[in-house]
Design a protein around this ligand. Sequence first.
Ligand SMILES: [Zn+2]
Length: 68
Amino acid sequence: METLEVAKCPVCGGLVEVAGPWVGLEVECPECTEILRVVSLHPLKLYYAFDPDEEPLPEEEHRVPRGE
Ligand SMILES: [Zn+2]
């Protein structure tokens, strides 16, 4: 049975539900549609799935203008 856990989206700060999370799992944020990857399970943390160089900085928020 899968457990449903909730993590905060690093992009928009919205809550993302992840069913049966495991490190490396990719999920899409329902708020901003950013593709995120599970980087930690305890606590559950998400980070950008596509992040070429930067290391995860838990307290830092990078907001990329999306040109709406
Ligand atoms: Zn988001």
